[in-house]
Design a protein around this ligand. Sequence first.
Ligand code: HEM
Length: 510
Amino acid sequence: MDSFLFLLLFLGTPTLYLAYGALQSRLKARKYRMPPRVPGIPVFGNTFQVPLVQQGPWGKELAEKYGEMFTCSFGGNTWVFLNSSRVVNDLLERRAAIYCSRPPFPMTQSIMSGDSRIVLMPYNDRWRAVRKIMHNILAGRSQDTFKPYQNLESRHLLYDYLHHPDKWYIANGRFSNSVIMSVVFGTRTDLDSEQTRELFETIELFLENQQPGVNIVDGFNILDKLPKHLQWWRPRGEKIFQKTRKVYKRELDAVHARIKAGTQKPCFAVDFLKQQEGETKFSETQQLFLLGTLMEAGSDTSRVSLGQIIAGAATYPDWPAKARAQLDAICGVNAERLPAWDDRDALPYVTAVVKEGFRWRPNIAEIGAPTSLIRDDEYEGYRFPAGTIFTWNAWAIALSEKEYEQPERFLPERFMDEHLNNALKGHWAFGPGRRVCVGWKVGEMNVWIAIARLLYCFEFEEDKDHPIDTMTIPQITKNAAPFAVKVKVRSEKHAALIERDCLEAVNTRY
Ligand code: HEM
């Protein structure tokens, strides 16, 4: 009998909480007018319709059916999908001041991130403080800080491609990670580094858990009020938190050890730790997540973007030929020298390639990132309650014929216009409004120097036995390459240039 009562309590209490939460949001919705609703089931709404990974095609199909906006409910949360640049501009850009908070994420933010991951923070003083610190290191004069490291690490990248073409994807990860590690921790990363592998594992754990529908409590926030011992997701979340913390702390401990040994290079972490000795210091967890987020966000995004452009080169070989003609005109048909930062103005087509890479198949956030509305608002006859979640439907917009001609094609020419040098204009890869990616400049520069040099020295061919389905390239791959591609150096002369110019970059140690 006791165990029957326990079972009743164990299953019954969450069900009551769920039904109460769903009823509350239904009653609230009556006072407002929302865009067309995608039909769902009672209580759970559309929770079980959204795929757990690769939601882009799902979001695109619904956008084609419902038009510029549609409404879904994931558990107790109401989401409005914005499916055109027009409405994203109107709401998330022009009204950014009220469309810029984040909904609660009891699992991924509170438990897995100790409430300390900037990307999930509500719009409050802590977000402002963390964002300001990140902005100072990533924007403004960041170009001057990052350029020498991007130069060094991209030469290491070419050497890796020449000697380990089968490890091209790991080499992209090492490159992106090593740039940010150099600036933040004053240290570099090796190709087969166990630490980098573990870091990418924690990033993927976060991304996997962040997908709508994966964690019931992130959809039904009311379940967070259950007594902790009834929260069956909590032990798993706490385990991920401990693992993530360990991965971040290892880097900080290494900085302390190097400081003690007198071998630490000047870097952001050293300055940050000194600042933190003052009165308004963050908790240790917040310090770790600030530094850790820089590592994570700085590594994965550039790695994935580089992969997308390589997939575009292998499947649409016409544009790499044009890019190479421009590169050859500057650096010589006989591989005289590598393209460099000073060549940027003379290589507009490469800049367009990078922008097209960001647009072509949206990176990381296939259905955008959720932003919550701070107060009630009205728009074109609709009335939205505070707390409604909005997202730019990234895949649907990027692949819409109403937005782009032949959207499925990799076509750098579409960006050869007066906005070419504005990396944020013409696509939403870095997100809109106040939550726009704080590292966009560093990300764009990473991809630019790496792609200019890779295109100059290598060719990328589709493996006919394993064709690339560019609509389903996975972004969570457990460190494996997301597709097969043949990497070939362009000529003996290009190979010699890499040997001559890049070995030193591999051997540089700090
Ligand atoms: C290829 C490069 C990159 C892409 C495509 C990219 C994309 C994005 C996107 C889509 C968002 C969410 C925007 C939103 O919520 O509206 C974001 C946020 C963010 N990104 Fe990036 N990113 C890139 C590079 C970087 C780099 C290099 C860093 C740092 C080293 C970085 C740090 C961040 C941070 C901290 C946020 C959270 C901002 C906030 O919530 O206030 N990103 N990024």
